[in-house]
Write a protein that binds this ligand. Structure first.
Ligand code: 5GP
Length: 147
């Protein structure tokens, strides 16, 4: 189990409650997807369950099916939206692993041959770039219904 309780003042809980803005790409009953403000590559997104958990270690098993369906759907859309060569999916648990926001999330990052990832939690991207990238993924999702 995790080492600390869930704190509902974390930044993703605030995004889920609409208390702070985000560039949203997709929502359904169980999940929300928005752009990472410090992308490790163009089109870096975060797939977040609505249900509160600190990370994978304390998450209820019942949330994982809907969550992974959205991760797969967003990974496919990301590949199409950015004509990517591949897609990296990452997820961290507790500070020792690199986790910095303590609400469960999966990173979905389009990848291009020969292009390394930018640093984790590095430079802030311009809002207009995040907005344009979010729109590309929304269009890719609209163009192809879920499998
Ligand atoms: P972690 O290190 O917990 O796996 O990832 C947290 C991610 O959240 C990082 O990639 C970081 O860039 C991103 N992030 C941090 N603060 C914000 C924010 O206020 N809004 C958004 N959209 N992303 C954030």
């Amino acid at each position: 189990m995790s080492t600390a309780p869930y704190d509902d003042q974390n930044i993703f809980a605030k995004i889920l409650r609409g208390e702070i803005p985000s560039h949203q790409v997709y929502t359904d009953a169980d999940t929300v997807v928005f752009m990472d403000v410090m992308p490790q590559g163009p089109g870096h997104m975060l797939v977040v369950p609505r249900a509160p958990s600190r990370n994978l270690l304390d998450a209820g098993a019942e949330i994982l099916g809907p969550l992974m369906r959205t991760v797969q759907r967003i990974a496919r859309a990301a590949k199409r939206a950015f004509a990517a060569d591949g897609v990296t999916v990452m997820q961290f648990n507790e500070p020792a692993s690199g986790q910095t926001v303590f609400h469960l999330h999966f990173h979905v990052i389009p990848r291009f041959e020969g292009q390394p990832l930018e640093p984790h939690s590095g430079a802030m991207e311009k809002p207009e770039v995040l907005a344009a990238n979010a729109e590309k993924v929304r269009q890719a999702l609209a163009a192809e219904p879920p499998h």
